[in-house]
Design a protein around this ligand. Structure first.
Ligand SMILES: Cc1ncc(C[n+]2csc(CCOP(=O)(O)OP(=O)(O)O)c2C)c(N)n1
Ligand SMILES: [Mg+2]
Length: 537
């Protein structure tokens, strides 16, 4: 046997050194040269479609707080994964996304399965996109991909690798490097921010997804309590960063320019940490800030610092910034705490299907374990979920960062796999709309194969309810394609190997959910629900 390493061996050694021993993917002929003789100390997580493979990896990386490797099938597989890639980019998830490519020898004549203009396809939803100029550069390209992916703001990167590269001799062992993943905020500017915060009469604190991602949940709470100021979450948050049952918590910001303006009115200073200024959805015109309101903004992401239409930004670690601000700011001892958020818990009598969304979440609030994670993709019932299932712990709420649906089902699978990898035992509760359930439905097969502790609660209202609300708001009557008749979701779920149940009452929902908690694997609970039109203001 020759003692010269192949590029394949050098790359696996590098991945091992970087702790990247789980590969999420869906294989094809252009990937088999990489996957051959798959090492025993690596795990391959098969997804039946690439949108699922990528979003499972996203959930895994979010749960473990570490990067993950995805292996896709040339152009077609990468194309299938694009929607999930956008969510990973928006959520700053460090992923090394790889795709096989046809043999270098043949590329010029455009053979079957060529990934033409391979580096263009995933753009602009990757931080870096590359096909090594020569086979010998493959291991170092992985090292560079890792360095780009994990440095703030973290995000996905893409490598295209011709299938014949793996067998060639490596130049030597791959060079293993380290890079920093933290950026200390500029002290002088942070001091200036601290002075402005101390001088404010009626500050409002907005804590966004970066705080939870940075592991800075406690730092956010400490800062809020030091300030004694009201706290808001951002609209459509992909992570929850502040206990939603905390007395200072006032709910999420609205989704429109005009709506946000109204909520900010009366605050002389808005302090936004770890969020975009702001996440808007429907267009309702207005001024970004009310007269007399100033805004300061701390984010890990220079892109978010640049796109903010108002305010003064500072780039750096949100955890570090929060901890230092907590030391530096002063707040008047007689500051009056805001009245705690009033939750209207309309309790319903035991009922038969179709249930209201309110009744569904009321039941879930009684049976969901306190430590369970929630993955949310039930677009018209966000308010009911927040009302009944407030997130009270770090790393416990996940939603799409992009607004694309089809992320939640596979992400729940990834979160559960990530929990298992980090030795955490908890249930993942995925509340999913009947429309959203269809986009990456294949991921439930992966959940069943791995016997993951997930309870999918599918709210079957038979429609794209949120789009009906949007049509009213935008005054666009007559939009076709908003109803979903004839979908037998339980049969689909059974077909993918999941425990499945249709429930016809609140009692049955409570009973079946409780049974699902003890099941050895995932359960899909289908709940017929009433059509309802959520408020989008
Ligand atoms: C990939 C993708 N395709 C289409 C949409 C547009 N879209 C937004 S919400 C929605 C309907 C979701 O329906 P459902 O999951 O049943 O939730 P409901 O509104 O009924 O609660 C659609 C199709 C999207 N966001 N992402
Ligand atoms: Mg629906």
């Amino acid at each position: 046997m020759s003692d010269v390493q192949t590029i394949r061996e050098a790359t696996y050694d590098l991945l091992r050194s970087l702790g990247l021993t789980t590969v999420f993917g869906n294989p094809g002929s252009t990937e088999q040269s990489f996957l051959q003789q798959f090492p025993d100390d690596f795990t391959y997580v098969l997804a039946l479609q690439e949108a699922s493979a990528l979003a499972i990896a996203d959930g895994f990386a979010q749960a473990t707080g570490k990067p993950a490797v995805v292996n896709l099938h040339t152009a077609a597989g990468t194309g299938n994964a694009m929607g999930s890639l956008i969510a990973a980019y928006r959520a700053n998830t460090p992923l090394i996304v790889t795709a096989g490519q046809q043999t270098r020898e043949m590329l010029l004549c455009d053979p079957y399965l060529t990934n033409r203009d391979e580096t263009l396809l995933p753009q602009p939803w990757v931080k870096w996109s590359y096909q090594p100029a020569r086979a010998e550069d493959v291991p170092a390209a992985f090292m560079r991909a890792y360095a780009v992916a994990v440095q703030p703001p973290a995000g996905p990167v893409f490598l295209s690798i011709p299938l014949d590269d793996w067998y060639k001799p490596a130049l030597g062992p791959a060079v293993v490097r380290t890079v920093s993943t933290g950026i200390e905020p500029d002290s002088a500017r942070l001091r200036m921010f601290a002075d402005r915060i101390s001088a404010a009469q009626h500050p409002l604190l907005v804590l966004g997804p970066e705080v939870d991602r940075a592991g800075a949940w406690d730092a956010g709470v400490a800062f809020a309590e030091r300030l004694g100021a009201p706290v808001r979450a951002t609209a459509l948050a992909d992570r929850v960063s502040f206990p939603e049952d905390h007395p200072l918590y006032q709910g999420p910001l609205p989704m429109t320019i005009a709506g946000v303006n109204k909520v900010l009115d009366g605050h002389d200073l808005v302090v936004v940490v770890g969020a975009q200024v702001f996440r808007y959805y429907p267009y309702v015109a207005g001024d970004y800030l009310p007269a007399g309101t100033e805004l300061i903004h701390i984010t890990t992401n220079p892109e978010l610092a640049a796109v903010a239409p108002v305010g003064d930004s500072l780039v750096g670690d949100v955890g570090s910034a929060l901890r230092r601000l907590t030391e530096w700011v002063t707040a008047p001892a007689d500051r009056v705490a805001p009245a705690p958020l009033q939750r209207e818990h309309t309790r319903e009598a035991p009922a038969t299907a179709p249930l209201t969304a309110n009744a569904v979440y009321e039941v879930l609030s009684m049976v969901k374990p306190a430590d369970a994670a929630v993955v949310m993709e039930s677009t018209s019932t966000m308010a009911e979920l927040a009302n009944w299932l407030p997130t009270t712990r770090t790393a416990s709420f996940f939603a799409t960062g992009s607004g694309g649906i089809g992320w939640g089902v596979p992400a729940a699978v990834g979160v559960a796999l990530g929990d298992r990898a980090r030795g955490v035992e908890r249930t993942v509760v995925a509340t999913i709309g009947d429309g959203s359930f269809q986009y990456s439905v294949q991921a439930i097969w992966t959940a069943a194969q791995h016997k993951l502790p997930i309870v999918f609660v599918v709210l079957r209202n038979g429609e794209y309810a949120i789009l009906k609300s949007f049509a009213l708001l935008e005054k666009t009557p007559g939009v076709p394609g908003l109803d979903l008749p004839g979908l037998d979701i339980a049969s689909l779920a059974t077909g993918f190997g999941c425990r499945t149940v249709n429930v016809d009452s609140t009692d049955a929902l409570a009973r079946e959910f409780t049974a699902a908690l003890d099941a050895d694997g995932p359960t899909v609970i289908v709940v017929p629900t009433q059509a309802q039109l959520p408020f989008l203001g």
